[in-house]
Design a protein around this ligand. Structure first.
Ligand SMILES: [Zn+2]
Length: 157
């Protein structure tokens, strides 16, 4: 078993990401993104928004990401030598728990994958990871809740 590494998100990437999710959700629908980094690495260096891969995935208020959206995702990863380390999506209210759909349908069904959920369609000012729900996929539709404060996932200057 590989040792579990701390996942680090560069501050500037986080700021840009929040801005993008906010804009795309426009305060009235969920939005989300895949967080990318080097294969075998632990640093999130960039991200790609779900609706750039599947233009219709935000149309229903909740995210409905079509399987065909993985084709441009893996192509992008291949071109840049990156992989998906985590994903993030927004919820309407304060609740950052996983919905049944969130837990039953991981965006990347690979053990160790991290899913982050942000409240209030990411419209809150100065949103940090401590406001978020952070979950690690353990396989077989099981998840472990991560405390962002305790490490494992943190923001970096
Ligand atoms: Zn959700």
């Amino acid at each position: 078993m590989p040792t579990v590494k701390e996942l680090i998100i560069v501050d500037s990437v986080w700021e840009e990401l929040i801005h993008d999710l906010r804009k795309r959700g426009d305060g009235e629908r969920e939005s989300g993104a895949f967080l990318l980094g080097k294969v075998g690495g632990n640093l999130i260096s960039e991200y790609v928004c779900y609706d750039d891969l599947d233009p219709n995935c935000l149309d229903h208020g909740i995210i409905t990401f079509d399987g065909s959206g993985y084709v441009p995702l893996w192509q992008l990863c291949k071109e840049k030598g990156l992989t998906v380390l985590a994903d993030v999506h927004t919820h309407p209210g304060e609740w950052v728990g996983q919905s049944r759909s969130d837990s039953n349908h991981p965006m990347i069904a690979q053990s160790g994958h991290i899913a982050i959920i942000l409240p209030e369609y990411a419209q809150v000012k100065n949103l940090t990871l401590t406001d978020a729900g952070v979950y690690e996929y353990k396989g077989d539709k099981k998840w472990k809740t991560i405390k962002p404060k305790g490490g494992r996932v943190r923001l970096s200057k």
